[in-house]
Ligand binder design. Structure first.
Ligand code: HEC
Length: 204
């Protein structure tokens, strides 16, 4: 008798775990297993995927999401541009960097909103130079100070008050790669999965 009860209990536990697995892993995995990359989505270049690893290392995703929600879930498209994101947008993202917090703006279409390398580098060096009062932390270790710049160095032009004396500030390889990743982040190409009524794309 005792044995049968334990066995039933065990079956119940097993069924509960299996149900959870099916709902959270099995079925979703099956639903997206056939997803093909959209025509407009390009693979990351070496430079961009290196930049992506810096994005992960520096914890940018703790403050920035990478997902545009459909109309009705907030004014994402008006604020961050583009159409609602679809699973196919993420086929090359392993792991995806959806994010859970929006202390800063969503970056899924940042390349469309801001494509200037100079702007991004200044902003990473010290966000308040281009965005007064910003609470985003500076990332000065993505830059180095030099006596003089080499021909292929990317020098950033700082306001006089914070330019180091007799030195130039140049972006490191990491800083440039991160910027290439940000500028390449543009998911505004059309996809068939988004019904027109859900795409309230409006450019500023
Ligand atoms: C503590 C939170 C925080 C972290 C960490 C953070 N940011 Fe930000 N970020 C912000 C806030 C707030 C803003 C809006 C103000 C501004 O433009 O600086 C912002 C703005 C931006 C913008 C401009 C967005 C726009 O729409 O104009 C970019 C690009 C950006 N961040 C990239 C990054 C990158 C890359 C990293 C990691 C190296 C990072 N952020 C880390 C909070 C953060």
């Amino acid at each position: 008798m005792m044995f049968i009860r334990s066995f039933i209990f065990f079956l119940g536990v097993l069924a509960t775990l299996l149900l959870g697995w099916a709902g959270l892993v099995g079925i979703p995995n099956f639903m997206i297993s056939e997803v093909q990359p959209p025509k407009g989505l390009e693979r990351y270049t070496y430079e961009q995927s290196y930049g992506r690893s810096i994005y992960i290392r520096e914890g940018c995703l703790y403050c920035h999401s990478q997902q545009v929600r459909p109309a009705g879930f907030g004014a994402d498209q008006e604020r961050f541009w583009g159409r609602p994101s679809v699973p196919a947008d993420y086929v090359y993202d392993k792991p995806h960097l959806l994010g859970t917090m929006r202390t800063g703006p969503d970056l899924f279409n940042i390349g469309a909103r801001q494509s200037s390398e100079d702007w991004h580098l200044l902003h990473l060096y010290n966000p308040r130079i281009v965005s007064p009062g910003s609470v985003m932390p500076p990332f000065p270790w993505l830059f180095e100070e030099k006596i003089s710049a080499a021909p292929d160095d990317k020098v950033i032009v700082l306001p006089d008050s914070i330019t180091p004396r007799e030195k130039v500030v140049v972006a490191t390889r990491e800083g440039r790669a991160l910027t290439a990743y940000l500028i390449g982040m543009n998911h505004t190409y059309p996809v068939s999965q988004v019904p027109a009524h859900n795409d309230t794309t409006k450019k500023k």
